[in-house]
Ligand binder design. Structure first.
Ligand SMILES: [Zn+2]
Length: 321
């Protein structure tokens, strides 16, 4: 034992103490920024839309997201009561204690207060009727299972039935729920694609917001079907089908995976998104601006179409006179 090993031991203890300070209270009072390493007081972060001083964007709980997008009050669209675990999935590997997947779902429900990893709501955004669907990463990393797919589909049906002006989906999703097997793939990908097609057929402008990871089956299905794709901040990453290591393994003989793969700057460079915002605080402004331009254009197009038909023009003229 010499002074160097003693010094190392002290160093480790100091690190442990420093690490311990925010832990335990972190869920309630403190947040450690992964970008600048600053520890922030949670009420201060909440007051700043969960954005650190260095502009790192922490996950924004779906309810706060809806509060920030809608003008005032909004109504939650109720999630369906389908079975969230149709395979009765159970993990048993013999060495470690197994678990039932339904128990995990119960825990997610308890933590988030939500029935599914999605939360959908209906209300007004700058006087435009809107349906907003939010993923919640605290619910199994925002996984898309059969129940989420059904909820997504029913939210789209609600939007069409109520002839809303815009459809917004805020993505924070790890992809299709592997515990649901083929049922998860078919419903998570196919059903959400059908929902998006129906929304498009109804002529409703759609907006995707990448607020965190958009990965796996979510990335490969409904995400790129939107009219506009926003990345809500420069720090957003993991917008990809599979992680860097998996992709590198598949592309063994090809070029190296670029440093910005799946990051906001890389996604923009590849032309896969329309705009990266400086701050999520700007999101409502940009959605409103774009939506009003599109809707106005659609209205004037409709007027032109009426006038293109001479009979219709006569009718309009006689009504006007
Ligand atoms: Zn920071």
């Amino acid at each position: 034992m010499n002074w160097i090993s003693n010094f190392k031991k002290i160093g480790i203890k100091v690190k442990q103490i420093l690490k311990k300070q925010p832990t335990g209270q972190e869920e309630t009072d403190w947040k450690n920024c992964p970008q600048c390493k600053k520890i922030s007081y949670l009420p201060d972060l909440i007051a700043n839309s969960y954005i650190c001083e260095c502009s790192f964007h922490f996950d924004l709980p779906p309810k706060l997201r809806l509060d920030s997008l809608f003008d005032s009050s909004y109504e939650i669209i109720e999630a369906p009561d389908n079975d969230p675990d149709p395979l009765n999935f159970e993990v048993t590997d013999g060495t470690r204690k197994g678990y039932k997947y339904i128990d995990k779902i119960k825990k997610y429900r308890q933590v988030t207060g939500q029935k599914t990893a999605l939360l959908s709501a209906y209300g007004k955004i700058s006087d435009l009727n809107a349906v907003v669907v939010c993923f919640n990463p605290k619910f199994g990393a925002g996984r898309m299972g059969p129940l989420e797919a059904q909820y997504f589909y029913e939210s789209a049906e609600f939007a069409i039935k109520n002839k809303v002006d815009i459809w917004v989906v805020v993505y924070q999703s790890s992809g299709i729920d592997v515990h649901s097997g083929v049922a998860g793939l078919t419903s998570g990908m196919v059903k959400t694609v059908i929902a998006m097609n129906e929304i498009k057929k109804a002529g409703i402008p759609t907006f995707a917001v990448a607020a965190r990871a958009v990965a796996g089956g979510t990335y490969a299905s409904n995400f790129f079907m939107h009219d506009f794709i926003f990345i809500e901040a420069k720090c957003v990453e993991n917008m990809l089908f599979s992680g860097k290591k998996v992709t590198a393994n598949i592309l063994k003989s090809s070029d190296a995976i670029p440093e910005d793969f799946g990051r906001a700057d890389g996604v923009m460079k590849s032309g896969l998104a329309d705009i990266t915002l400086e701050s999520r605080k700007d999101l409502k402004h940009y959605i409103t601006k774009l939506a009003k331009i599109i809707l106005k254009k659609e209205q004037s197009k409709n007027v032109e179409e009426v006038h293109e038909n001479p009979e219709d023009f006569k009718k309009t003229a006689s009504t006007a006179s």
